[in-house]
Design a protein around this ligand. Sequence first.
Ligand code: AMP
Length: 367
Amino acid sequence: MQIGILGGGQLGRMLALAGLPLNVRSLILEPAAEPCAGHVSPVISGEFEDYQALYKLACESEIITYEFENVPVTSARWLAERKPVFPPPEALAVAQDRLSEKQFFAQLGIAVAPFVAVNCREDYEAGIKKIGLPAVLKTTRFGYDGKGQAVVRNAEQVESAWNRLQGRPLILEGFIPFIRELSILSVRSRSGEMAFYPLVENVHREGILRQSTPLDNVSPSLQSQAEEIARKALNQLNYVGVLAIEMFQTGTEATSSLVVNEMAPRVHNSGHWTIEGAQTSQFENHLRAILGLPLGSCELRGYCQMFNLIGDIPPLEKILGISGVHVHHYGKGPRAGRKVGHITVCGNTQKERNDRSGHLLSVLDLL
Ligand code: AMP
């Protein structure tokens, strides 16, 4: 069995690796030279709009998936006329545009930040009147890791945000005073079977995810709120594969509710801990889902926490002596702000995990 993967970054690399024990081989389509997924899988080098390359991928793959959400929807639809493509291209179309994404969740009765479309200065000013400050101005497309957005807190920032982002389709959102950021990783298979990982708490700095911790004492009501949100989205899209939904938790711990920020129709950075920390990793469950195999358990195996390695890989001798530490080096070159690897810290008890993470953080500046 060979699957095609659009995108050759670390997500493609970890998907390809997860396939090997199931004898699922991968074939990657990637425009960039020397993709890191190419270390573990053959690569077709070509643009995502290169129809010769897409044709070759379709001919040589039984099922096609993606690890990159900005694949052109027209290419995904073209492939879907030839081979099964999962998740459905419709999910890509929704997720690629922040406006359609907000509308999608709002129509399902799921809470999102108040929002208005901003296509000109008049829209912007009317939006600020309607939503109030603070607010967040974002490009509707191609924003990631905090890029393409600006927080607007006062009159001065009204101007600076506009000057920085104008000229592209924008969305103005109300600023959500969250107590923490969470994500839920869910998976739905071709048979309609669904499974949900425990909620994950995420810490960002400079717009980049630094730390993800699955909640090991999550309140059942918060978990079921999140699962209900994911279930509605999965069913509405007739989704197949892993879907990640990022949310803000608001209110107090006792009276909290969830406000959806965005979704990613693919395996997700906030689920990397599942490789060592869950009964079944998100990568394996994504493959099981698209192959129509029974899903694996999403339960925790003990306690864990993930830290991203941003910019460069630290000397391994500094960290591999710490028990319970698992290093994932993506084989990418160093660059400021680039995700080049991650570390998952595991323990048999919460205290053991916390002590090990504390030790790691005393030798590396990760947060
Ligand atoms: P995004 O690109 O939408 O994932 O946003 C990146 C980060 O900016 C989020 O993880 C939040 O920390 C923050 N952020 C984005 N939108 C909002 C919002 N409406 N209210 C408060 N914080 C936000």
